[in-house]
Design a protein around this ligand. Structure first.
Ligand SMILES: Cc1ncc(C[n+]2csc(CCOP(=O)(O)OP(=O)(O)O)c2C)c(N)n1
Length: 321
């Protein structure tokens, strides 16, 4: 383990913030106050944080429809994110995008994305820019096991290899594509598929922050050094339905409760760092309290904030660059 005290605190704080953000959204969505669709990332936190801990604002990520965790891990402001999800004018995207389109280019967060398999081509563009301009940056695509079957993903793996791009493909395999088990939906192994394109690939336990962090370090260092693309197959699971409101009839009775009791990246992290005397439990408790306060104020601020006005409707329709 190569993380210092402050980095360990940051890893735990970010995973805790994501968990609290999602748990709270689960409650708030049920009140009917949040417009649109919401897909929760709870259970998958170690993936976003284990990868994004290695990135700076000059590195880009592309996310998915399940994007809140990626946004928080990449440094997006939780107040502005919550306002965006509530459709408020002060939201990160003016309240016009909502949960599935949160972006913050100043943080290198290219956006959540309602198009399954939409992220991998975007990061090929970002990685090509980094390579041509020699910025030293890398680009990371998070995508699901369902998205791994999309032609856009396979073409992006191919392109990244042919052009030797500083690109990292992170397949977050939570076992389902909507209600279809990935054992039915996905043909062959993710690892063999990436290696078929000549891309180094590694499988990691997505409930183990340290395993993800190690695999991401190898891949990102390789990309920064000009060694080209890599793929990481992260095995994890989600604690909620595909979307909020999903009755989850396709999951066995008690499956989620059993999963939560057995696999939790936050509990594992806590056990590991307290047993190794790297962080005392009291410090972790204090981080928990601060995260709870931060999310509480994000929700209260979002509820109080105003929606966009009629005059805002036609702004941001086109982007000049
Ligand atoms: C191009 C496209 N096809 C289909 C859909 C409908 N859809 C939304 S999410 C989803 C499943 C995605 O599964 P996966 O990539 O494994 O991500 P997960 O939801 O498990 O995080 C599908 C098929 C879509 N949004 N875009």
């Amino acid at each position: 383990m190569q993380l210092n005290h402050e980095e360990l605190r940051r890893a735990y704080r970010t995973m805790r913030l994501i968990r609290d953000f999602e748990e709270r959204l689960h409650l708030e969505f049920a009140t009917g106050e949040i417009p649109g669709f919401v897909h929760l990332y709870a259970g998958e936190e170690a993936s976003a944080v284990g990868v994004c801990m290695h990135l700076t604002d000059k590195d880009s990520i592309a996310s998915t429809h399940r994007g809140h965790g990626h946004c928080i891990a990449k440094g997006c402001d939780t107040d502005a994110m919550m306002k965006e999800i509530y459709g408020r004018k002060e939201g990160l995207c003016g309240g016009k995008g909502g949960s599935m389109h949160i972006a913050d280019l100043s943080k290198g967060m290219l956006g959540a994305n309602g198009i399954v398999g939409g992220g991998p081509p975007l990061i090929c563009g970002a990685a090509l820019t980094a390579k041509v301009l020699q910025t030293g940056g890398v680009a990371v695509a998070f995508y699901g096991d369902g998205a791994s079957n999309q032609g856009t993903t396979l073409e992006s793996l191919n392109l990244a290899k042919v052009w030797d791009l500083p690109a990292i493909f992170v397949c977050e395999d939570n076992g389902y594509a909507e209600s279809t088990s990935s054992s039915y939906a996905v043909a062959g192994s993710q690892i063999e598929r990436a290696r078929g394109f000549g891309i180094p690939a590694e499988e990691v336990d997505g409930f183990d922050f340290f395993a993800v962090h190690d695999a991401a370090r190898t891949a990102i260092e390789r990309a920064r050094a000009g060694g080209g693309p890599s793929m990481i197959h992260v095995r994890l699971s989600r604690y909620y339905g595909h979307f909020e409101g999903d009755g989850m009839t396709y999951r066995g009775a008690g499956e989620v409760e059993a999963l939560r009791a057995k696999e939790d990246c936050l509990k594992r992290f806590r056990t590991r760092v307290t047993e190794a005397a790297l962080l005392p439990a009291a410090e972790l408790d204090e981080i928990d309290r601060a995260a709870a306060d931060q999310i509480e104020s994000a929700v209260q601020n979002a509820k109080k904030a105003k929606p966009p006005t009629e005059a805002d409707l036609l702004t941001d329709a086109y982007v000049a660059y």
